[in-house]
Ligand binder design. Sequence first.
Ligand code: 4NP
Length: 154
Amino acid sequence: MNVMFVCLGNICRSPMAEAVFRDHVSRNHPKMFGTIDSSGTSSYHIGDDPDERTVQTLKEHNISVHHKGQQLKQRHFDEFDYILCMDDSNLSNAMKLKPKGSKAQVLLFGKFDPERQHNGIIKDPYYGGMDGFEINYQQCLRASIGFVESLSSN
Ligand code: 4NP
């Protein structure tokens, strides 16, 4: 099972989601997943390191992150079973890119958060402060647990 996390820039939310999810499954479900990756719907930050606020927030939770920004491509829909998006705009842009016949499931990651904070939207923290990144982290953690549980109960 291969999972791709998607946001706009691939420097704040989706590298965080990727790192939090990888940390969770490596400790609790080590054989369940293959490739875990992240990308952005835009080309703004191709090749860039994650935003320092994402790095700092993850560090506070003892998680390290190593990623270079990349853009979501049509080929990813063949390679990944799940394309988990942070907000409605990411979801609709990913759906536009999805090739006909692709079996990839394109879903909102935050819908797997049992608390459904912000109605399952993991909000863009780019123009805000550190508090937005901490909220993103908490949503990613609960959604990671919820996503794995939803697969296990199928
Ligand atoms: P992300 O945040 O989509 O969570 O990576 C953003 C990063 C960069 C920009 C917007 C959102 N930007 O406009 O450059």
